[in-house]
Design a protein. Sequence first.
Length: 159
Amino acid sequence: MCRPSDAEAITEIMTQPQVYRNTLQMPHTTPEVWRKRLEGNDPSFDYVLVAEVEGKVVGMAGLHRSRRVRTLHVATLGISVHDAYQGRGVGKTLMSALTDAADRWLNVLRIELEVYADNERAIKLYESFGFVVEGRKRISAFRDGQYVDELVMARIRPR
């Protein structure tokens, strides 16, 4: 589980060029910002994991459950992996742990996410876990001086 004491490691991950390029995070942040954000997580709604390699936090992923009564069965997913550890199975391991928790322990029926339309590696990973594209948000984010599209993807718990 991710703890506020992981804030420095999370800051390192989130300031990696490929991470902030493919998320809505800004290129510069501080451990204090992440510590405060992590302290604000509510274990009843936020299930956040870290991945470690040889004791170093190299990835973070979370499910953030809806707080609305009529959509308590829905969670949004976020995932980030340190640039130096991308392509090594860290994201797959985090996705496996999250989808298992959603299906077997959290009673989450629907997991939603948004991903930049040109992030082919992430899209392929999500599809391998049963996510499907439900729509496209045109010029939805400003990245590296340009507007980019995002895909809306979701996974419904298999029966």
